[in-house]
Design a protein around this ligand. Structure first.
Ligand SMILES: Nc1ncnc2c1ncn2[C@@H]1O[C@H](COP(=O)(O)OP(=O)(O)OP(=O)(O)O)[C@@H](O)[C@H]1O
Length: 121
């Protein structure tokens, strides 16, 4: 029989906790997210800009979780070197990198003009 909803939720939360404990990169993402939230309040960004930031947090952190899952499956299936394991790990890491680069660019597009708007108003 399928687990009740609260148990599935518990497994998912456990996965997030494990990733935070195990992976350095997600700690960096969470730190950056905290900085963005503080800047968002200081610079009083609009509701649409908050929504864009929240979507980007979800995208980058979600992909980091998927990357960790892929790493675990690869380590399980291919503990020794294999070119396909390398492709799986490198492309999963690449997905996180692409999302983080675009999130940083969008973040700058939101925060830099807002900063100058406040400074020179
Ligand atoms: N079984 C394997 N076969 C081939 N290449 C591998 C294998 N395991 C790791 N690699 C290579 O080593 C790199 C680092 O792998 P590792 O498992 O250490 O990931 P990681 O550096 O811990 O990733 P992250 O920093 O995101 O946690 C991979 O991106 C891949 O290029």
């Amino acid at each position: 029989m399928k687990d009740p909803f609260y148990k599935s939720l518990g497994y998912a939360i456990n996965g997030i906790k494990t990733c935070i404990q195990k992976e350095r990169n997600i700690k960096i993402h969470l730190f950056v997210m905290g900085c963005v939230i503080v800047c968002g309040f200081l610079l009083k960004i609009s509701i649409i800009q908050w929504m864009i930031c929240l979507l980007l947090f979800a995208l980058v952190i979600g992909l980091e979780l998927v990357n960790t899952a892929i790493e675990a499956v690869v380590d399980l299936c291919s503990p020794t070197y294999h070119p396909l394991a390398k492709i799986a790990k490198d492309t999963a890491a690449g997905a996180v990198l692409v999302s983080a680069i675009f999130a940083a660019i969008i973040g700058l597009m939101i925060f830099v003009p807002r900063f100058f708007e406040i400074v020179f108003q």
